[in-house]
Design a protein around this ligand. Structure first.
Ligand SMILES: *Cc1c(COP(=O)(O)O)cnc(C)c1O
Ligand SMILES: [Zn+2]
Length: 416
C-alpha cells in the first residue's frame, strides 16, 4: 500500500489539472481546486488494511506523500455515539452523534490542521497563518508548534478568553485585530500572495480541507462498514460539508459503499446564506452578520465554497436548515441532559436543525441519522450559575436527596 494515492489537483470549475503543489486557486479561471486520487489503486484497499488510530489511518486517501511529514497530536477516531434517549426526544429511531469534542484542541479543526501543517512541511514552508475567531487559530497554532513551524495567528480582539489563552500559549505570533473580519481579510489575502507563508484559511487551501474528509471514513467504519441515510453537517465556510461529501463519494467510487447519505447543511439563523439560497431556489446572497452564539459558524459570506455547498445540495437533493440562538442553547442543554455530551453552541447547531427537520417531517423517523457535533463545550465562556449555595448540614442535604428521590415513582428505579 502506497502512503498517498493523490495524483494532483484539478479545478472544480474549468477542469484544469495541476501537479500536487501549493496552489490556492486555478491560474486559468480562479476556480477552487480539489485533490484527485488514483481510484483504481484505492479500490484495492479494504478497511481491514488500514492501520493506526489517528487521522493518518486514512493516509492513502490524503495528499501527504512522505510519512516523515505526518503531524499528529492524536486527532480523529472520535466517538460515534448511539443516542437512544436523545433520539426519543427528537422522534427518531436510529441516531448517532459523531462527537468531535474529543480532538486534541476540542474541535474538528484538528483534522484540517493536521493535513495543512503536514502539507506545509512537505512543500518546504517554514511558516503558517490563519485568521480566526478562535477554534481554527488555536488548532493551527498547536499543530504548527508540534511540527516546529512558525505560526501567525490573527484573532479578533474580542474572541472567547479560553481560546485566546490557548492561542497565546501555542502561537509563535498572536496578532489581535480591531474591527471585523471583512476589514482584515483583504489585506491578509494580498500579503499571503507576497510572502512565503503556507496559508491555512478555510476558503481556498485544498490540502487543509482534505483532513476533514476522514470524518466520513470513520463513520463508515464505526457503523460497521455502511453509511447512514442522513448526515447532518454544520456549514460555515463549507469545508466540513464539502470534505465529508467527497469522502462519501470516494467510498462509493471504490466500491466500499453502494449508496450515499442525504446531506443536510445546518446553519445559525443569523448566518444562514446557504439555507436561504436553497429555500428560495435563488443565488447565494452574502450577508453582513451580527452576533450569534454559534461563533464558529458565524460566516455571512462563504464565498466560492458556499457556492460549492449549494451546488452539492441542489445536485444531490440535500436538505438545509437554520436554528435561532435560543434553539441552539436548548439543543445544547438537551444533548447534555439526555446523553451527557457537553458541546459548545457552535457544535449544537446541527442538533437544533435536526430537531426542526424531524418535527417538520423532512427527515423520516425510521431513517438512520448521523449528526456531527463539531466541538467540546469546555472551551467556551458561560454566564455564572445563579443559585444560592446551601448550608452544608445533614438535614439540608438529606432533604435535597429525599425530595428528588420521592419524585421517582418506581422505588427500584436508579434515580429521579
Ligand atoms: C470551523 C468550524 C465549523 C465548520 O466550519 P466549515 O468551514 O464549514 O467547515 C463547525 N464547527 C466548529 C466548532 C468550527 O470551529
Ligand atoms: Zn479553472
Amino acid at each position: 500500500m502506497r502512503t498517498s494515492y493523490a495524483t494532483g489537483l484539478r479545478c472544480i470549475k474549468c477542469g484544469q489539472a495541476y501537479p500536487k503543489k501549493y496552489l490556492l486557486e486555478c491560474s486559468v479561471c480562479k476556480g477552487l481546486l480539489e485533490l484527485q486520487y488514483d481510484l483504481e489503486g484505492l479500490a484495492r484497499i479494504r478497511p481491514c488494511h488500514l492501520e493506526g488510530l489517528n487521522l493518518w489511518r486514512y493516509a492513502p486517501f490524503l495528499p501527504i506523500e512522505n510519512s516523515a511529514n505526518f503531524v499528529s497530536l492524536g486527532e480523529g477516531m472520535t466517538p460515534l455515539l448511539f443516542c437512544p434517549r436523545l433520539a426519543e426526544v427528537l422522534g427518531l429511531r436510529e441516531l448517532y452523534i459523531k462527537f468531535e469534542g474529543t480532538n486534541p484542541t476540542g474541535t474538528l479543526k484538528d483534522r484540517s490542521s493536521a493535513t495543512a501543517v503536514s502539507a506545509a512541511l512537505e512543500f518546504g514552508y517554514r511558516a503558517t497563518a490563519v485568521v480566526s475567531t478562535g477554534n481554527a487559530g488555536s488548532s493551527l497554532a498547536a499543530y504548527s508548534a508540534r511540527a516546529g513551524l512558525y505560526s501567525f495567528i490573527f484573532c479578533y480582539e474580542k474572541g472567547a478568553q479560553p481560546k485566546m489563552a490557548h492561542m497565546g500559549a501555542c502561537a509563535s505570533e498572536l496578532v489581535l485585530y480591531k474591527g471585523g473580519y471583512d476589514d482584515l481579510i483583504k489585506i491578509y489575502d494580498r500579503l499571503m500572495e507576497e510572502e512565503p507563508i503556507f496559508e491555512c484559511g478555510a476558503s481556498r487551501n485544498p490540502y487543509k480541507q482534505e483532513g476533514k474528509k476522514t470524518i466520513a471514513y470513520e463513520i463508515y467504519e464505526q457503523l460497521g462498514e455502511r453509511v447512514p441515510d442522513y448526515f447532518i453537517s454544520p456549514v460555515a465556510v463549507g469545508e466540513t460539508f464539502i470534505a465529508t461529501w467527497r469522502g462519501f463519494n470516494e467510498m462509493k467510487a471504490i466500491g466500499w459503499s453502494d449508496k450515499l447519505p442525504t446531506m443536510v447543511a445546518a446553519q445559525a439563523r443569523r448566518a444562514n446564506p446557504v439555507a436561504l439560497a436553497l429555500a428560495s431556489r435563488g443565488p447565494l446572497v452574502p450577508q453582513r452578520i451580527g452576533y450569534t452564539i454559534a461563533e464558529g459558524v458565524a460566516v455571512g459570506d462563504p464565498g466560492k465554497k458556499g457556492e460549492w455547498v449549494l451546488r452539492i445540495l441542489r445536485e444531490a437533493k440535500g436538505l438545509a436548515g437554520d436554528a435561532s440562538d435560543e434553539e441552539i442553547i436548548e439543543a445544547q442543554g438537551l444533548l447534555a441532559k439526555t446523553e451527557g455530551i457537553w458541546a459548545g453552541p457552535t457544535g449544537c447547531v446541527t442538533v437544533a436543525v435536526l430537531r426542526d427537520l424531524v418535527a417538520k417531517g423532512a427527515i423520516p423517523c425510521e431513517a438512520s441519522v448521523v449528526c456531527l457535533v463539531s466541538e467540546t463545550g469546555l472551551k467556551g465562556e458561560y454566564p455564572r450559575i445563579e443559585q444560592e449555595a446551601i448550608e452544608p448540614t445533614l438535614e439540608t442535604v438529606r432533604r435535597i436527596l429525599q425530595k428528588a428521590l420521592d419524585l421517582g415513582s418506581d422505588p427500584k428505579a436508579k434515580g429521579p
